[in-house]
Design a protein around this ligand. Structure first.
Ligand SMILES: Cc1cc2nc3c(=O)[nH]c(=O)nc-3n(C[C@H](O)[C@H](O)[C@H](O)COP(=O)(O)OP(=O)(O)OC[C@H]3O[C@@H](n4cnc5c(N)ncnc54)[C@H](O)[C@@H]3O)c2cc1C
Length: 404
């Protein structure tokens, strides 16, 4: 009986920081933890420390709206995110932890002829890669989501949608906890409240990190610091073409479930899903100014509410329960920056904007492969930092802004 009430730790309490590890991962969000997890799982690399300046999952990993999908615009992007969806599909079993992954389907609404053309192109790219994604008309939308207002009443009536059946939502805390537990069981050390304040180098090679708990020697450093990426990469003298913005989201009080598909309207800058608890989870586009402030704004609530009511007028009386912000690291082409930098042994996962949570498993898998083998996996080669010098950008603007 006593056992029933005993609290079981998900991972070991942090001990003393060692003076040396083979690999130091900066950032205890979904990407840092996934990289640590796949390092032990796929490559048997055990001398790994994850250093997190706050608590595990305190960054965007614990603040996002959990949308997972792979219907991107470019062949490079779609193939990369498709691998992530595949990994997510098996991750719960892999970690032996229920991640509440609900592949309920994802609808991106078109409110103009131009949007229909762009979505047709996206669907074609997706289908060539074997991704389930197609343009549908209002009759099919109405079957998938009878509550959506498809009349002429809204300011921008719905003309069709890009339908992506494997898209959906997942429990973000569970992903973070499951990955942390999996990495810990493999021997990785997880150190919260340990901020990296310097990155040491010798002859163009990384040799260690300085932290608020002392200095550490290591052969490899991976920065998985999302919204803080430019600050951490500055410590290594690596400049990233990234700006940091806040993104806001809110939930309503719980309502009897009626929405079992993710609805996105890029034109109205709003998206909505219903959580397992019945709350409507509502998000928008990033704030246009750069900042690290975590303060929410009234215009976000006002605009999001107005736009949601265009789609679902029956939510008129639903009250907003809480809202929050998170940091987003935006690259010029809306694609990530992944892999090697100019400093040998210093690797980066950045440029995640508003869409990086869905990439956590594929980032973990590929970054772990890079660290273990020294070779850049094909899947992430198009996303190297070098592309900004060789003018080989991977523009995902048409499929990444607002769409999450
Ligand atoms: C409101 C909102 C909604 C979103 N919705 C979606 C969505 O629906 N789908 C989707 O795919 N993506 C979404 N995103 C984006 C997604 O959450 C991020 O791109 C992704 O979580 C970034 O990877 P991460 O989890 O590793 O980052 P984070 O969780 O931010 O991890 C970075 C960590 O690095 C730590 N750190 C920073 N500096 C240091 C240092 N010097 N030393 C030690 N540690 C440091 C931070 O404290 C932080 O914990 C959303 C983001 C927000 C804010």
């Amino acid at each position: 009986m006593r056992d029933l009430f005993r609290v079981r730790r998900m991972w070991r309490p942090p001990g003393e920081l060692k003076r040396r590890y083979d690999v130091v991962i900066v950032g205890g969000g979904s990407h840092g933890l996934a990289t640590a997890y796949y390092l032990v799982r796929n490559h048997g690399v055990k001398s790994v420390a994850v250093l997190e300046q706050s608590y595990i999952g305190s960054g965007a990993a614990g603040r996002n709206t959990t949308i997972i999908r792979s219907n991107y615009r470019t062949p490079e992007g779609a193939a990369f995110y498709q691998r992530s969806v595949e990994l997510y599909e098996g991750l719960g079993a892999d970690l032996d932890f229920n991640l509440l992954f609900s592949q309920q389907g994802h609808l991106t609404l078109a409110h103009s002829e131009r949007a229909l053309v762009t979505m047709t192109e996206r669907a074609e790219v997706n289908q060539l890669l074997g991704i389930d994604s197609r343009l549908i008309g209002n009759a099919e939308i109405s079957k998938l989501c009878p509550e959506l207002d498809l009349s002429d009443r809204p300011t921008w009536p719905v003309l069709g949608a890009l339908y992506h059946p494997p898209g959906g939502i997942i429990r973000h805390d569970a992903v973070v906890w499951g990955l942390a537990r999996g990495a810990d069981r493999g021997g990785v050390e997880i150190h919260p409240y340990t901020k990296v304040t310097g990155i040491d180098q010798h002859a163009g090679r990384v040799t260690g990190v300085r932290t608020t708990r002392g200095d550490i020697e290591c052969d490899t450093v991976v920065s998985a610091t999302a919204g803080w990426s430019t600050l951490v990469c500055d410590l290594a003298g690596v400049r990233l073409p990234i700006t940091t913005h806040i993104l806001q989201a809110c939930v309503t009080e719980p309502v009897k479930p009626f929405l079992d598909v993710v609805i996105v309207s890029s034109q109205m800058h709003v998206y909505i899903s219903q959580t397992d608890r019945g709350e409507f989870l509502i998000g928008a586009e990033i704030e246009p100014y750069t900042t690290y402030r975590g303060t929410g704004t009234f215009p976000f609530l006002e605009a999001s509410a107005a736009h949601v009511l265009e789609l679902f007028p029956q939510l008129e009386r639903a009250r907003v329960l809480r809202s929050w912000t998170g940091l987003c690291d935006l690259s010029p082409d809306y694609s990530p920056i992944l892999g090697k930098t100019g400093v040998e042994g210093f690797h980066v996962s950045a440029g995640w904007g508003t869409y990086g949570f869905k990439a956590a498993p594929v980032v973990g898998e590929t970054m772990a492969q890079l660290v273990a083998t020294g070779r850049t996996p094909d899947l992430i080669a198009p996303f190297e930092l070098e592309r900004f010098h060789t003018d080989t950008l991977v523009s995902e603007l048409a499929a990444a802004a607002v769409s999450h």
